[in-house]
Design a protein. Structure first.
Length: 291
């Protein structure tokens, strides 16, 4: 009979205090994400797949690989992938998309019945693309109604893995249930396989949405500076206050005069005191440059 493989030593299948602190410091420095000690169990659980992928036998060995054998630089992107939370939904916070449809276009264009020539939206924490494609659905409705002539949507995220999913634009059928029925009929395609429980965004919308990798901690963002609306929701909560303020300042510099920045409900204070922004709603801020 084959000998049973011994169970791993529980102490060896944990990060040492030194290695957890070093991982937390590296991730905060590179991605701005704060990892307090209370998240240690979560971090260890997510990193165990990297232990297996690298053929190591424990988290203790993984920590040694990062910090004692020079493996951190090559593993940094994988570390960020492991600890990033990618929660997203279609039509999450519907009032924000009501504002896009009924408030922002009218105010930016001082709409008098003629169509705006173009409209730009940026989803600054796009995850797997639900927010960006939701914006595209709303904007396509506005094109069909004659209120804008064309539009573009940019989706950015630090995670390459989720951006690949966003570009595929394939979602489980239950995931798109928040999309109104008429939009589901127009903007979603059923899979060719009748047994598949997935749908895909129609080419018309996919052609209007571009995805790019971006670390919000970068000192500059290589994108247009005439964006009409930027969504940056439920990501600033993972940053320290000074980082939040810096990110909001950089984002707001990419808005056109009169453009809007939309934050998450627990993030409004991040825009407090940022030059050129005034609060236009509970989570909505407008760029109004000083004369």
């Amino acid at each position: 009979m084959n000998a049973l493989k011994p169970l791993p030593d529980p102490e060896m299948d944990q990060l040492s205090d030194r290695h957890f602190a070093a991982i937390a410091a590296a991730i905060e420095s590179r991605a701005g994400i704060k990892l307090p000690r209370g998240k240690r169990t979560m971090v260890e659980g997510r990193l165990r797949r990297r232990v297996r992928a690298l053929g190591l036998d424990s988290l203790r060995a993984y920590g040694a690989h990062l910090f004692d054998s020079g493996g951190l630089a090559g593993e940094m992107s994988e570390l960020i992938e492991c600890v990033t939370t990618n929660k997203t939904d279609f039509f999450r916070e519907p009032s924000h998309f009501d504002f896009l449809r009924d408030g922002a276009v009218r105010e930016i264009g001082n709409w008098q019945g003629s169509a705006l020539p173009s409209f730009k939206v940026w989803s600054a924490a796009a995850s797997t693309g639900a927010e960006a494609y939701t914006a595209a659905m709303v904007l396509q409705d506005l094109v069909d109604a004659g209120r804008i002539r064309r539009y573009s949507v940019l989706g950015t995220d630090i995670s390459v893995e989720v951006l690949r999913e966003a570009q595929r634009a394939v979602y489980p059928r239950e995931f798109v249930e928040p999309v109104p029925a008429d939009m589901r009929r127009r903007f979603l395609m059923n899979a060719r396989d009748p047994a598949s429980a997935t749908v895909r965004i129609v080419p018309e919308l996919r052609g209007r949405v571009t995805f790019r990798q971006l670390n919000l901690m970068d000192p500059a963002y290589p994108f247009d500076r005439d964006v009409d609306i930027i969504f940056c929701r439920n990501v600033l909560i993972y940053f320290e206050k000074q980082v939040q303020h810096a990110v909001v300042s950089r984002l707001s510099s990419h808005l056109r005069q009169g453009g809007f920045l939309i934050l998450g409900h627990s993030e409004s204070m991040a825009a407090s005191g940022v030059d050129g922004l005034r609060q236009a709603g509970p989570t909505i801020f407008q760029r109004i440059d000083k004369a």
